[in-house]
Design a protein around this ligand. Structure first.
Ligand code: GLU
Length: 471
C-alpha cells in the first residue's frame, strides 16, 4: 500500500468528478482548481469524469453547465467526455464495466448477492438505532449458501468487508486509521443493476490510473471503503488529500442549494473568471498575495501547504479581486464580457470611456451601469435626478455651467476647475448643491464616477448639449 507521496516516479493523474445534480459552486470549483494545479505543477493530467449514476437527480443540462463553467474559468481538462483519453468518461456509459468487476468479485467470493427485503433492512436499522448502535447491515446473506431467491426480486450485490484496521496517510490530515468492523457489507451494485457511488468511483479511479485524489472532507468516511475495494480488485490505491469544507459567512457548509455561490450566478453578477479563481484559491491555501494567473498559482501549489481547517467564502474578497481584475483587464475584453450594446459607438471612444470608468466598478454589471449615460442615444433620467433638476437653484447652476463651458475650447482638468469656479462665483452655490445639478444634467443619475471624468468622457459639445436640455 502507498504510504507517502512520491511525485517523481510516475505520471501524476488527478480527476475532477462532479455529479451533475446541480450547478458548480465555489466549493466544487476549489476542488477542480486544486486538482488542476496539482496536475499542472507535476506535468501530469487532469481527467474530468461525470458521476451521473443517480439517474433521477442528474441532468444533461447540469453537465453542460459544468463544462461551460470550467471552460469559462480556464480550467481545461486533458481527458473528459468531450476529448482525449480512452473513455467513456460518463459513469452512466460505464455501467457494464462496473457489473463486470462486481461479477468478478462475486466469483472470487469477495462479494455476494443479497435479497434482503427493504422492510427487513429498515427494521434492522430501527432496532440498531434504538439500542444505540450505529446502523449497519448484519451481513445475513453473506452466510447463506445459495439463498432462496424470492421469485421476481432482483438482488443487490454486497461487498464482503474484511475485518481489519485500514490505514492511510492523507496529504492534509496526516495518518488516519479506521476500524472496518463498523462498516457493514455495503452495496456495490443496486437492485436496478446500477453501481453504487463507492464502487463506480474505485473502478474508475483504478482504470483511469488516477494517482492523486483531492476532494472535499465530506468524502473522508468513504475512503476506507474505497481502499478496501481497491485491494479486493487488485489495484494499488491512490494518494488522498481531503480538503476541509468551504463554509458560507454564517458558517454552514456551502452546498448546491446556495445558488448565490454558483459560478453561474457569479458570472451573471459580472465577476471575472480570474477573480473567481483567485478567491477560490485562497479557500484553504495561501498563495502569494495579489492577483495571480493560473501559471503563477501552479508554480507554488503544494498539497503540504493546504489548511486543515474549514475556510469561509466571503463575497467581499471576491469583490476585491474583481476590482483588481477589472482594473488590469484590457478594455476591449471588458466591453465584450459585459455585453454592453455598443452599436454605432466609436471603438476608440469606447476604450477611452471604459478606461475612465473601470476604476469605479467592482463588477461588470457596475461597469455596464456606469456606461449607460455615455453610450446609446437618449439618456435615461432617474426619478431622483428629475426631482433635483426641477429645482430653481439647480436650473441656475446648470445655466451658469453651460455659460462657462461655452467659452472653453476643450475639456481637461484645468478647464473643469474653471467650470466649477465659474459656477460658484455666478450662483454662490457650493458642495452638493453645486455638483449635483451638473451631475444630474450630464448623466441623468445622482451617483456615478467623478464629475471631472464625466466632463472628459462627454467632451465640450455633448456636455453643452446636455446642460442646455435642463436650463
Ligand atoms: N461525485 C462526487 C461529488 O460530486 C465526487 C466523488 C469523489 O471525488 O470521489 O461529490
Amino acid at each position: 500500500m502507498r504510504t507517502g507521496i512520491d511525485t517523481r516516479r510516475e505520471e501524476i493523474r488527478t480527476r475532477f468528478a462532479p455529479s451533475p445534480t446541480g450547478l458548480l459552486h465555489v466549493g466544487s470549483v476549489r476542488t477542480a482548481l486544486f486538482n488542476y494545479l496539482f496536475a499542472r505543477v507535476h506535468g501530469g493530467k487532469l481527467v474530468l469524469r461525470i458521476e451521473d449514476t443517480d439517474v433521477e437527480r442528474s441532468s444533461a443540462a447540469f453537465e453542460k453547465a459544468a463544462l461551460e463553467d470550467l471552460e469559462w474559468l480556464g480550467l481545461r481538462w486533458d481527458e473528459g467526455p468531450d476529448n482525449g483519453g480512452s473513455g467513456p468518461y460518463r459513469q452512466s456509459e460505464r455501467l457494464d464495466i462496473y457489473r463486470g468487476y462486481a461479477a468478478g468479485l462475486v466469483q472470487r467470493g469477495l462479494a455476494y448477492r443479497c435479497w434482503c427485503a427493504k422492510e427487513r433492512l429498515e427494521e434492522l436499522k430501527r432496532s440498531q438505532i434504538s439500542k444505540g448502535l450505529p446502523p449497519r447491515y448484519d451481513n445475513r446473506c453473506r452466510y447463506i449458501e445459495g439463498p432462496d431467491a424470492p421469485e421476481g426480486v432482483a438482488p443487490v450485490i454486497r461487498f464482503k468487508v474484511p475485518e481489519r484496521i485500514v490505514r492511510f496517510t492523507d496529504a492534509v490530515h496526516g495518518p488516519l486509521t479506521f476500524d472496518s468492523r463498523v462498516i457493514g457489507d455495503f452495496i456495490i451494485i443496486g437492485s436496478d443493476a446500477i453501481a453504487s457511488y463507492n464502487f463506480a468511483v474505485v473502478v474508475d479511479d483504478a482504470l483511469m490510473s488516477i494517482t492523486h485524489i483531492i476532494r472535499g472532507d465530506d468524502h473522508i468516511s468513504n475512503t476506507p471503503r474505497q481502499m478496501l475495494l481497491f485491494e479486493a480488485l487488485g489495484f494499488a490505491p491512490p494518494y488522498y488529500a481531503h480538503i476541509p469544507l468551504v463554509l458560507s459567512t454564517d458558517r454552514t457548509p456551502l452546498g448546491k442549494r446556495d445558488e448565490s455561490a454558483s459560478i453561474r450566478s457569479l458570472r451573471g453578477e459580472g465577476f471575472l473568471p480570474e477573480a473567481v479563481l483567485n478567491t477560490v484559491a485562497r479557500l484553504g491555501w495561501t498563495p502569494a498575495p495579489g492577483l495571480l494567473c493560473l501559471d503563477e498559482m501552479a508554480r507554488s501549489f503544494s498539497l503540504k501547504r493546504l489548511s486543515r481547517s474549514p475556510s469561509v467564502f466571503d463575497i467581499e474578497s471576491l469583490r476585491h479581486f474583481n476590482r483588481l481584475s477589472i482594473e488590469g483587464a484590457d478594455p476591449v475584453r471588458l466591453i465584450e464580457l459585459s455585453g454592453i450594446g455598443v452599436e454605432g459607438v466609436d471603438e476608440e471612444r469606447l476604450k477611452e470611456i471604459v478606461g475612465l470608468l473601470r476604476h469605479n466598478a467592482a463588477t461588470l454589471n457596475d461597469l455596464k451601469r456606469l456606461m449607460e449615460p455615455f453610450i446609446g442615444k437618449g439618456m435615461a433620467v432617474t426619478e431622483e435626478a428629475r426631482a433635483i433638476l426641477r429645482e430653481p437653484y439647480a436650473r441656475a447652476v446648470i445655466r451658469a455651467a453651460r455659460a462657462v463651458v461655452e467659452g472653453l475650447s476643450a475639456i481637461d482638468e484645468a478647464a473643469y476647475a474653471r467650470v466649477i469656479k465659474g459656477v460658484k462665483e455666478a450662483t454662490g452655490e457650493k458642495g452638493r448643491r453645486l455638483f449635483m445639478p451638473i451631475r444630474c444634467a450630464l448623466t441623468g443619475q445622482t451617483e456615478g464616477i467623478e464629475l471631472v471624468n464625466v466632463f472628459k468622457i462627454l467632451g465640450r459639445e455633448r456636455a453643452m448639449e446636455r446642460l442646455k436640455g435642463f436650463e
